[in-house]
Ligand binder design. Structure first.
Ligand code: FE2
Length: 443
């Protein structure tokens, strides 16, 4: 079952206006420590110049919340410089991008118009863009998701490391709590609900809710830790071809990887890892992060396990066997805060397993939301009855066997852009994303 709308249209409009304000405030907070030169620079061929992300955020908002919201809907994403399909990432540094000040001003002008339109929008209507504030949630999530992309760029930043505006560290010293999440959780065979048909903020790829049959399986009670990953490394995990798929082995030969991205040995051989401007010894009780699908898959084979399917993952995160229904989040239906899980960016890193005592699903899985996205074995495809809405370029364009689904969000994910049904996807070779995993096996 899904959350039911609990706000009147007028209340909803004021909540959305406040969220739009908060979204922009956060975006600007993240880029405030970065020089104009570094905002314009392409720090990695995988990433856009940050000014492009900022311009794209503003143009996307203008397209959907001033133009399309009052119709007619233009399904082409947007004309010109900020169209991601016309301008692949690697070419974006050569675009005549405006200054940060010009983009901030443009963003404020667009926002004035957006708020006027919002004031006259009928969020109680059955209009598919307006019902429950759908299109506003979509634009908010777009900005949240680009914030996470910007953080990937900042982690890859050339020159001086990004001076992260940390607001409180991840909660430390999980201690004994971690012991509660060793081992695996058994999940019975059965028919389980997947996805949603009613959550107002859900993307088209999360819809419609449908039932799937799962055989009994076991899934790790916690994400794979750095400590476990170090054991894999010490046991020759990166040298043993039999642990890797053919595609994985090919990636490994090309990438010459021998540890997760952003790990380095210091002079006495200790593995160190860097998050933005903070370098620390690899913490054995934290989830591993910055591994690609192939590394996750090889680890699982080494451990005598496999990666979960995205359906198994979702059931483990959401199914409440007593209530016989699924939850929006592991702990219930309350939207994540930094008290629930390590989300919302400002921790700038992972937390020890067990650090968030309420981040446990009814079936007993810890940390399914926050810290690190979790790779699944599933290709990205549409659910039965999928209908692209409101534009094909969000999801449908990416369906197929090229991408693997990730679930659960990371420390760099804003709370409004994660829930048990949320599906992220990326190429199996990518590890600049904040990605880890947990394992599963047939019961
Ligand atoms: Fe975008």
């Amino acid at each position: 079952m899904d959350r039911m709308p609990i706000h009147s249209p007028v209340e909803l409009a004021s909540i959305l206006a406040e969220r739009l304000r908060d979204a922009r405030e956060r975006t600007l907070q993240l880029v405030a420590p970065v020089s104009e030169e570094d905002l314009r620079r392409q720090h990695d061929p995988l990433m856009s110049p940050i000014l492009w992300d900022l311009g794209h955020i503003v143009h996307f908002e203008a397209l959907w919340l001033t133009h399309n919201v009052e119709g007619p809907i233009e399904f082409t994403e947007m004309p010109g410089m900020y169209n991601p399909l016309e301008h692949p990432r690697a070419t974006r540094a050569s675009l005549p991008l405006p200054s940060l000040a010009a983009l901030v001003e443009l963003g404020a002008e667009v926002r004035c118009e957006v708020l006027e339109t919002l004031a006259r929008a009928d969020l109680g209507s059955s209009h598919p863009l307006l019902a429950g504030g759908f299109v506003y949630h979509m634009v908010l999530q777009h900005e949240y998701q680009h914030d996470e992309t910007i953080l990937q760029t900042l982690q890859l930043k050339r020159g001086e490391p990004y001076h992260a505006p940390r607001a409180g560290s991840p909660i430390g010293g999980a201690g004994a709590a971690a012991n509660n999440f060793r081992g695996m959780v058994h999940i019975d065979a059965g028919e389980y609900p997947i996805g949603t048909s009613t959550a107002a903020d859900a993307y088209d790829n999360e819809r419609p809710q449908h039932h799937v049959h799962l055989e009994a399986f076991e899934i790790d009670a916690a994400p794979v830790t750095n400590g476990a990953f170090l054991e894999f490394m010490r046991d020759g995990g990166y040298e043993r071809a039999e642990l890797w798929t053919r595609a994985g082995w090919r990636w490994l030969q090309e990438a010459q990887a021998h540890a997760p991205k952003h790990w380095d040995r210091d002079s006495d051989g200790t593995w160190m890892t860097r998050s933005m401007d903070r370098i620390a010894p690899v913490a054995v009780d934290h989830p591993v992060i910055h591994v690609c699908y192939h590394e996750a898959d090889a680890f699982a084979r080494w451990a005598g396990k496999r990666l979960p399917t995205e359906y198994e993952w979702e059931v483990a995160a959401s199914w409440d066997p007593d209530a016989r229904m699924s939850r929006a989040y592991p702990w219930g239906d309350d939207e994540p805060t930094r008290a629930h899980a390590n989300v919302d960016q400002l921790s700038f890193g992972t937390a020890p397993i067990g650090a968030y005592p309420c981040n446990v699903s009814p079936l007993g899985c810890y940390g399914m939301i926050g810290d690190a996205w979790e790779w699944t074995s599933s290709d990205f495809h549409g659910y039965p009855g999928f209908r692209a809405f409101p534009y094909a370029e969000y999801s449908e364009t990416f369906f197929g066997t090229d991408y693997k689904v990730l679930r659960g969000g990371s420390w760099a994910t804003r709370p409004g852009a994660i829930r048990n049904t949320f599906r992220n996807w990326d190429f199996p070779i990518r590890r600049q994303i904040f990605s880890g995993f947990r394992c599963a096996r047939d019961a």
